[in-house]
Design a protein around this ligand. Structure first.
Ligand code: MOS
Length: 694
């Protein structure tokens, strides 16, 4: 198949709009006569509200309304389990009762003429509580352990017996900190009621779900809610769900009969918009002297809230990443007095693969086998977890290509053997993997008499370049140049798309666009001379037969070099390389940017990011950009990305596997393994800190 547009490094079609400010984000959809809402958050970590002095602030200048459980409208909160919401538990019912379930829970809302007036009143509002000590530490013996209803345990063979009988074995435990997504753009919603119809300009990775969620909460028909979100300033998963601030914005607009804008502060982004759950993991590996795995036990526990069971694929990749006859994986949750976590880039896999790939690295030193060679000796021929062939798997090719480009063979194998002046140098490697999903999606294409094609899907673009890559798919299929395609997304009244996450947007939305384009071309053949626009809508999903026959995942090999100052413990990533086998690459420019960003996220996970909670009340003590550290330019060295040619005829018609999530997976273990190589110190807790080096 020769491609004219797909596979080309097309620059972002929305790039000019973004850098000139013409691209509007949720908080920029200002309305005439707009009022401003500010949330007041609970200052205790668990308990109940005993008093709120609403009258005192209601009289302050500019204040239009003060809402709390005492006077807020009772909302329907009809059941609605969108595909993104935890299947078990009930979502936070905001301002509906006096209970405080976690620190930072919204307990009151001020609506005022100006943001300034609303903020002043919010600061002045006096609330009294009856407080209890919350349980916020996953390792707290009082934390309630739950077997998640989503059940993900896997067993093959007898891993316990094989571990006991293994010639070589090791056991290790891993602790990965809670992280918050911290995109540049904070959450924001502008809400407008016209009669019983609600329009929301709202930051969302899933506009049709936000529409359904808000309709269910307010007990109004789906078609009465319109959600609009043309641009997103980064999200990494935090905008997958519709959180309580969207409900509050709509509530404020209804109570005051005014358009209302509600934007979260950076601090509030740490309270109620999800987080990567802290995880505790235990890995036990048994192997032969020549490095063949005989036993693998991987147990992991993740945080959830008391009111919902958030679950992710923490230990799932241990069932297929390496070949091993005896495997047990177990996944548990610890219910804490915190808000519900949510998916964060590389959800589950990023944390689970850190544990597995750290343990494999440790085994390689124990056996004195090169870490890449160890992966090679344990490369499976098929997915042993489900006993199906992989639709394609290029892991070893990624290692080969990466080893050559990173000059792996120049590395001295012994730990603490490489120096640059007084700096200790270490080079590490780790595997990356993520499932190649495809969800149901629809798309609509209109061919105008002017020769322009209009394409519409209720998809989102949180930054990977969806506008551009989808334009390429449509242009390619229709045989049109890029500038003849107008692609629109981010409206809930467009044909429905799945959540913009899980690395499935191109597989899902791209397949639907391709099908709609094929169908409109057939229409054009039937009616060659028409002056009316031709239109076609298509809905696609994964072929069930193919899904039953194959295991479908992307794979990658990630290399990192660190330089550590032995006197002060600073760890610098000097260079990094990610090599990925992810099917067809629609746009190598966007794909490289996507992976570079993900790898930088992995540097954050390895060395910087952690949300620290005050043990007394669950307050995030570093809820601001000064103390929640993330990599900046000086922390991000030369990062290189390479894709191996991979033709996957099974995965979907476009042959794509997705890149957004896998790009973060593997980076943290590659860095931790490099730190071990540099120093001989095996750090099993993330982030790795300066003091760990001293
Ligand atoms: Mo991705 S964590 O599904 O936004």
């Amino acid at each position: 198949m020769t491609m004219n547009v797909i596979g080309k490094p097309v620059a972002r079609v929305d790039g000019r709009d973004k850098v000139t400010g013409r691209a509007l984000y949720a908080a920029e959809f200002n309305q005439s006569n707009q009022a401003y809402a500010v949330i007041v958050n609970a200052t205790v970590g668990l308990g109940r509200i005993t008093g709120i002095d609403q009258a005192a602030v209601a009289k302050m200048p500019g204040v239009l309304s003060v809402l709390s459980h005492l006077n807020a409208p009772k909302l329907a909160y009809r059941p609605h389990k969108g595909s993104i919401d935890p299947k078990t538990g009930e979502r936070l019912h905001v301002l509906q009762d006096e209970a405080v379930r976690f620190h930072g829970q919204p307990v009151a809302l001020i609506v005022a003429e100006t943001l300034d007036s609303a903020e002043r009143a919010a600061a002045a509002l006096r609330i009294t509580y009856e407080a209890q000590r919350p349980i916020i530490d996953i390792a707290d013996p009082d934390a309630r352990a739950i077997v998640p209803e989503s059940g993900r345990d896997h067993t093959r063979g007898d891993a316990e017996a094989a571990f006991a009988n293994a010639p070589v074995n090791l056991k290790a435990s891993y602790d990965i900190a809670r992280e918050n997504h911290n995109p540049m753009e904070p959450h924001a919603t502008v809400a407008v009621w016209k009669g019983d119809k609600l329009t929301l300009w709202s930051k969302s990775q899933y506009v049709v779900n936000e529409q359904a969620e808000i309709a269910a909460i307010f007990g109004i028909p789906l078609e009465n809610v319109q959600v609009i979100c043309p641009f997103i300033g980064g999200a990494f998963g935090t905008s997958l769900r519709t959180w309580s601030h969207v409900t509050l914005a709509a509530m404020a607009a209804r109570v005051t009969q005014r358009p209302v804008k509600l934007a979260l502060t950076r601090k509030q982004m740490f309270f109620t918009t999800g987080h990567r759950p802290r995880t505790l993991q235990h890995v036990a590996i048994g192997a032969t002297q020549d490095g063949k795995l005989t036993s693998l036990i991987h147990e992991g526990t993740g945080e959830t809230s008391r009111y919902e069971q958030f679950s992710e694929a923490l230990v799932a990749s241990s069932s297929y990443l390496v070949s091993c006859p005896n495997v047990t994986t177990r996944y548990r949750l610890a219910a804490l007095d915190t808000g519900t976590p949510v998916f964060m880039r590389g959800p589950g896999e990023a944390s689970g693969v850190f544990a597995l790939e750290s343990a494999l690295d440790e085994l390689s030193y124990k056996l004195n086998i090169d870490p890449i060679e160890l992966r090679r000796r344990n490369e499976p021929k098929l997915d042993e977890g489900v006993n199906k062939p992989f639709s394609s798997r290029s892991l070893i090719r990624c290692y080969d290509v990466g080893a050559e480009r990173f000059q792996w063979l120049n590395r001295m194998p012994q730990p603490r053997s490489m120096l640059d002046g007084r700096l200790r140098i270490g080079i590490g490697v780790a595997s990356a993997t993520y499932p190649a999903y495809q969800a149901q999606s629809s798309a609509r294409v209109r061919l105008l008499a002017s020769g322009i094609a209009e394409v519409e899907v209720a998809a989102s673009d949180m930054g990977p370049g969806t506008y551009t890559s989808m334009t390429q798919v449509a242009a390619e299929t229709l045989g049109l140049p890029i500038d003849k395609v107008r692609f629109s997304l981010g409206r809930s009244d467009f044909p429905p798309a799945p959540s913009h996450g899980g690395s499935w947007t191109m597989a899902s939305v791209g397949s639907a666009i391709r099908a709609a384009c094929i169908s409109v071309l057939e229409e054009a053949k039937k009616r060659p001379s028409t002056d009316r626009p031709l239109e076609a809508t298509a809905t696609t999903q994964r072929d069930a037969g193919v899904a039953g026959r194959f295991s479908m995942h992307a794979f990658g090999a990630v290399f990192a070099e660190v330089a550590i100052d032995p006197d002060v413990g600073t760890i610098r990533v000097r260079r990094a390389l990610g090599v990925y086998g992810a099917g067809r690459i629609i746009n190598p420019l966007l794909a490289t940017s996507q992976c570079t960003g993900g790898m930088i996220g992995g540097i954050g996970m390895a060395l910087m990011e952690r949300t620290v909670l005050d043990r007394r009340d669950g307050r995030p003590v570093n809820a601001h950009m000064a103390d929640y550290l993330m990599p900046v330019n000086l922390d991000t060295p030369k990062i290189e990305v390479q894709f191996v040619d991979e033709v996957d005829p099974h995965v979907n018609p476009l042959g794509v596997k997705g890149l957004g999530e896998i790009a973060l997976v593997g980076m943290a273990p590659a860095i931790a393994n490099a730190v071990f190589h540099a120093t001989g110190k095996r750090i099993r807790r993330l982030p790795i800190l300066l003091e760990d080096m001293l």
